[in-house]
Every structure is written in C-alpha cells, then in structure tokens.
Design a binder for this molecule. Structure first.
Ligand code: SAM
Ligand code: SF4
Ligand code: FES
Length: 347
C-alpha cells in the first residue's frame, strides 16, 4: 500500500472496510472476476503440488499434521522421489511445481536443496516454488542458489494476538521477517491467509487483504479454515464458503496482478469451491501430484479431496471443471508480471 501518511492510511482502511461490508457477495465476485480476466486473461495456470513431508517441528493449533498429533503416520519423500514425481508431471505438461511440507530445519538443510537441484535438471525451464515454513535466511539463500524461484509462506492472520495464539506462541513479526528475507533474496513472494479462524472479525478479514497489498505479494493463497478433529480447534465453527469468496474477491480488487490460487481447501469445503473461487478472481489451480499413498497422510483438515487420484487424473478433472465455467487451463510457468518485464534483474 502506498498511502502517504498514517492518517491517509487509516482513512483508506476505513473506506475499504465500509466498501467490503456493504457490498453483496455477488457484486464483489462479479467485479473481481472481470478484473481478473482483464488483467490475467481467461486461462487458469497450473502448479503441480508435491506434498513432500508431513513431519513438522511446529504445533500450529489449526493444523492436522502439527507435531503433537500422535495419530499422524509420518512420512518424508527422498529428493530422488520428488524429482521423479516432478518429471512425471513435466511429461504431462506441467511447467510449475510447488514443494510443500512441514517446517523442519534439518530436512530443509539437507534433502530440500538436493530435491530442488534434481527437479531443475529433470524439468528444464520449469518454475520451482517452495513452501517449507520459516527457515533461517542462510537456508533460504541456499535453496535459492539451488534453483528455487518462488516461496509461499502464508501469514495466516494479520491479527498479531490471534496469530500468536493460533501458532502456539510464534509471532506474526517472525513470519513477516521471514517474508522480508525471501523478498530480499529475489524470490517471487507468496503469502496469504486462512478465512474463518476462531476469533477473527470482519476487520481482521479486511486487514488480511490489506496486508497482502502492503507486502506487494506476487502470489496470495487464501483458503477456508477447516477444523481438524485431532487438534485443539476441534469443534470450532466452520465458516461458509461465501466468506472465502468474499476474501478472494477483495484481495483480487486490491492486487489486480497477483497470482491467486483457487485452493484445495475451498474445493474440500464445497464441491464447486474452486470454480467459485475462479469466478471470484482466482487464476491458478494446484493439482496435487503427490502419490496417493503419501497424500493420504497429509491431512491438514478433514474431507480433503483428491486423495485417491493420481496427478494426471486431477489435471484432466480440472480441465473439465474449467470448461464447465467457460475457462481453459494454461501450462505456462506463469511468473509474476514484474519478473517478465524487460530489464528485470533478479537479486
Ligand atoms: N509448514 C508450512 C507452513 O506452515 O507455512 C507449509 C505447509 S502448511 C500445512 C500449508 C498451509 O496449510 C498453512 O499455511 C495453512 O494456511 C494451511 N492449513 C493448515 N491447517 C489448515 C486447516 N485446518 N484448514 C485449512 N488450511 C489449513
Ligand atoms: Fe507445521 Fe505448517 Fe502445519 Fe504449522 S501449518 S503445524 S508449520 S505444517
Ligand atoms: Fe483431483 Fe478432481 S481435481 S479429482
């Protein structure tokens, strides 16, 4: 956000809050949907998702694979396994991969850099995105040197008190510091938030979208919080999909050029959730190409879709789903527009 003074900033915030609170969902989504087509085109970009490990050192209250959940059968893929999965996706046409897993410093220092290198070799010209949580700057630098182009680290909620409660004592400022490290290392920067965490207000939801703009994000991941029965948030109220659609639309209106995925969590909460998110301003889909025997154990929340399907099946399914709403898939890398501008020099 580039408002000049604190006064101007707070008046911009109240303006957005009043616009958001009074707009109907239909109007918000229609405006954001057409802005998205205007700025990003009507094709929907694909990113192949590899859930490489469900081992995590953290204990986020919302997450099904948190360290203290003894019911999780833990797994971690080898670097060679990740490269073989990516190569299969590459053969199916994918040119963008996301490696996501628990926050585990040792794994990130040993296996991940090698996985990134191997994927780079097996999939020439493909973009590699990491989502491995908070790591030291030196580790982010090492992964960048290994060939990672982008990083996704959601701030989860912009409310500092709620953040600390939800993340078992870890503060929002540490996530923001990590995002600063990633940006300074030249990563294309992704963050985002969950919608409907217990204790979240209408103001928080607007502040979440505004923080995405303030951080000048290249990618924004937004998804509904879905309570997991084996976490301290079991039994929390489930927000309606509408709230996620409103958040998507507002974020698109505030960041016209960002890449916004229609998330698996939205598709898990509502069978048409991803289509609805696309129509509300999202422009990316992430087929889960993790082999079923692993992804069945990556249960962040209950009711997760695509657990039995291979990646190719999901790509075919997404093609049909997009056609049903008048859209087509794109297999391009889909870099951030600023990276594609002539004269761009990476850090
Ligand atoms: N460990 C890394 C991190 O936390 O950034 C990456 C993996 S983490 C599982 C990916 C995302 O899953 C988190 O950023 C969070 O927003 C989302 N998530 C976790 N539990 C969830 C839940 N119960 N419902 C919806 N999304 C959830
Ligand atoms: Fe670990 Fe990420 Fe889950 Fe938190 S959200 S417990 S850091 S996997
Ligand atoms: Fe996975 Fe439809 S997207 S089965």
């Amino acid at each position: 956000m580039t408002t000049a003074t604190p006064g101007a900033e707070s008046s911009f915030r109240s303006e957005i809050l009043s616009f958001y609170s009074s707009a109907s969902t239909e109007d918000l989504c229609a405006r954001a949907g057409s802005l998205c087509v205007e700025r990003k085109g009507s094709r929907v970009l694909l990113r192949g998702l590899i859930e490489y490990s469900n081992v995590c050192d953290r204990d986020c209250l919302y997450c099904g694979i948190r360290k203290s959940n003894p019911k999780v059968r833990r797994y971690s893929l080898e670097a060679e396994e990740m490269a073989a999965i990516a190569a299969k996706g590459y053969a199916a046409g994918l040119r963008s991969f996301v490696l996501q897993g628990g926050e585990e410093a040792e794994f990130a220092a040993t296996v991940l850099p090698r996985a990134v290198e191997l994927i780079g070799r097996a999939c020439p010209g493909a973009a590699i995105t990491l989502s491995a949580g908070i790591l030291d700057r030196a580790e982010y630098a090492r992964l960048r040197e290994a060939g990672a182009d982008r990083y996704l680290l959601r701030f989860e909620t912009s409310d500092p008190d709620l953040h600390r409660r939800m993340r078992a004592g870890w503060g929002l400022e540490r996530r923001l510091e990590a995002l600063g490290d990633l940006a300074s290392l030249g990563y294309q920067l992704g963050s985002g938030y969950m919608v409907g965490l217990p204790g979240e207000s209408e103001e928080t939801r607007v502040a979440n979208a505004l923080l995405c703009r303030e951080l000048a994000l290249d990618m924004v991941g937004i998804g509904p919080f879905i309570p997991h029965p084996d976490t301290p948030l079991a039994g929390s109220e489930q927000s309606a999909i509408e709230l996620t659609l409103r958040a998507t639309a507002l974020t698109r209106l505030l960041l016209p050029d960002a890449h916004l995925p229609a998330t698996t969590a939205a598709g898990s909460l509502d069978p048409q959730g991803r289509e609805k998110m696309i129509l509300a301003g999202a422009n990316v889909l992430m087929p889960n190409i993790t082999p079923p025997e692993s992804k069945r154990d990556y249960l962040l929340y209950p009711g997760k879709i695509c657990l039995d399907e291979e990646g190719e099946t999901c790509i075919g399914c997404l093609g049909l789903r997009m056609r049903s709403i008048g859209r087509e898939l794109s297999f391009l890398r889909g870099d951030a527009p600023r990276v594609e501008e002539p004269g761009y020099v990476p850090a």
